[in-house]
Write a new protein. Structure first.
Length: 473
């Protein structure tokens, strides 16, 4: 084996050895952004009350009741939500004597860890500066700061989705089977918390073998590792449903069918509307012979009936469903949605309009600029696309959009770096799309030309062996 061939064969191993060293260089900033985000979230929790009772609206009280009953009576009284967040709450309550302050501190740490992961995602996709900007933006993003105080599943769910995106990036870039398995574990665990991005798992599993290096056998092994790890975690879902009062080993939570029906029915408006007690809703249910099933006490029987009703309405009213999709997307992506916000505080609407409204143009610009590095950005694109599809199927609300904000801010970070490179030529950006690079070059005045002298070779006159060297004439 020649030296060149040996060097080529040794390159992957050398890169694998150098990878942890390169990542350790980024540790100080990761710790800094984690500390910043944690301080902001702890300060807000202290302002709101670390041990304050859960808000009276939303799912906080339901989650709290399920977890406390599990700790005190050892009864899992849940047929509505996925089991992940109630089990997390129960674990914290069991270790802290039921302390709400402990829950909020744990969630502050999880939310701050998401900022660290976003820094790594941005660095992998677009370079260190884009990761820095995205992580700092998320560290002070009001919606995430607020949700770390609420007793809701959004905070751990956003962290798990970000971990899945990062692990998929690294599996695709380095051919790591461990990273592929880690992505599967994160996706499976995320599904135990919320079903908003259920479509993301198959999309990433389909994309990974197309992107990662190595033989077909290694690519198949990566997909198997991702799918196997995810399925192993997802096995907890039917087990938890089996232990619920309904005693059914269902693979879907009890709220899936009703949510789909509330999102797609004769009175739907892009948010959720329960039509069961309205004349139009009752007439539609009776027309399809679902009155008994829709009123069943078994939540899973009722859920299946609601799913059938929603599918029937979509099939019978495709034009209305398409029009409804626009309203759903508006509620999810607009700074001024026609839906409930993540908070009922009077200032919540102004904060949503100001923060998301200012960032939305940069998010859109980043989505466009990232096309030049579509391979590195594809896990981010798939996360955004899966959320958009799930929004059309169900309904849109800014609270649901919060779970995809970490990925959106990575695109915003890219656009902000491109704008900075155009406006401030001295800003060093390790990677920019060609258009942004041209902006930067056009802003830098050309350096004065320096004269060149031809150095003659020892043979005398200039010939093919002559060298050009910089210097004075």
């Amino acid at each position: 084996m020649t030296g060149a061939v040996a060097q080529a064969h040794g390159a992957p191993a050398r890169q694998a050895r150098e990878l942890p060293v390169r990542r350790r260089r980024h540790l100080p900033f990761g710790l800094a952004v984690f500390a910043l985000a944690l301080a902001v979230r702890c300060a807000f929790a202290l302002h709101q009350g670390l041990a304050a009772p859960p808000p009276g609206w939303g799912d906080d009280l339901d989650y709290d009741l399920i977890a406390r009953r599990l700790v005190t009576s050892h009864v899992y009284q849940n047929t509505w939500f996925p089991p992940g967040y109630p089990l997390l709450l129960a674990a914290v309550y069991a270790l802290s004597a039921g302390s709400l302050a402990a829950v909020r501190l744990v969630q502050a740490a999880l939310s701050a860890a998401t900022c660290w992961v976003v820094y790594a995602i941005g660095r992998e996709a677009f370079g260190r500066q884009a990761g820095w900007v995205a992580a700092v933006l998320l560290a002070v993003y009001p919606g995430h700061v607020y949700m770390a105080w609420r007793l809701m599943a959004e905070t751990p769910f956003a962290l798990l989705i970000a971990l899945a995106v990062l692990a998929t990036q690294r599996a695709a870039a380095h051919g790591s089977l461990a990273a592929a398995a880690g992505a599967g574990l994160a996706l499976g665990a995320a599904t135990l918390f919320k079903s908003n991005l259920l479509l993301l798992a198959p999309l990433l599993a389909l994309w990974l073998p197309l992107a990662m290096p190595g033989s077909r056998r290694r690519r198949a092994a990566a997909v198997a590792a991702m799918a196997g790890a995810g399925a192993l975690v997802l096995a907890a879902l039917p087990l938890a449903n089996r232990l619920s009062p309904a005693h059914q080993a269902a693979w879907l939570p009890g709220n899936g069918g009703p949510t789909l029906w509330w999102s797609n029915n004769p009175l739907a408006d892009g948010y959720f509307v329960d039509p069961d007690e309205t004349p139009a809703g009752r007439a539609f249910i009776a027309h399809h012979g679902m009155a008994a099933a829709a009123a069943a006490r078994d939540p899973f029987v009722r859920g299946r009936a609601d799913r059938e009703l929603a599918v029937d309405w979509i099939r019978e009213h495709p034009g209305a469903f398409v029009a409804l999709a626009g309203r759903k997307l508006w509620n999810a992506w607009s700074p001024l949605p026609h839906a409930a916000l993540f908070s009922r505080e009077p200032a919540a609407a102004r904060v949503q309009a100001l923060t998301f409204g200012l960032l939305l143009p940069f998010i859109a610009a980043g989505l466009w600029l990232a096309r030049r590095r579509w391979r590195q950005a594809m896990p981010l694109y798939l996360a955004v696309a899966s959320y958009a599809v799930m929004t059309v199927v169900f309904y849109g609300t800014p609270r649901f959009t919060l779970v995809i904000v970490p990925e959106l801010l990575v695109f915003a970070g890219l656009a902000l770096c491109a704008a900075a490179a155009r406006l401030v030529p001295s800003v060093a950006v390790p990677w920019l799309p060609p258009a942004a690079a041209r902006w930067r070059r056009s802003a830098v005045p050309p350096a004065p030309a320096r004269p060149l002298a031809l150095a003659r070779p020892r043979g005398g006159a200039c010939g093919p062996g002559a060298r050009q060297v910089e210097g004075e004439v």
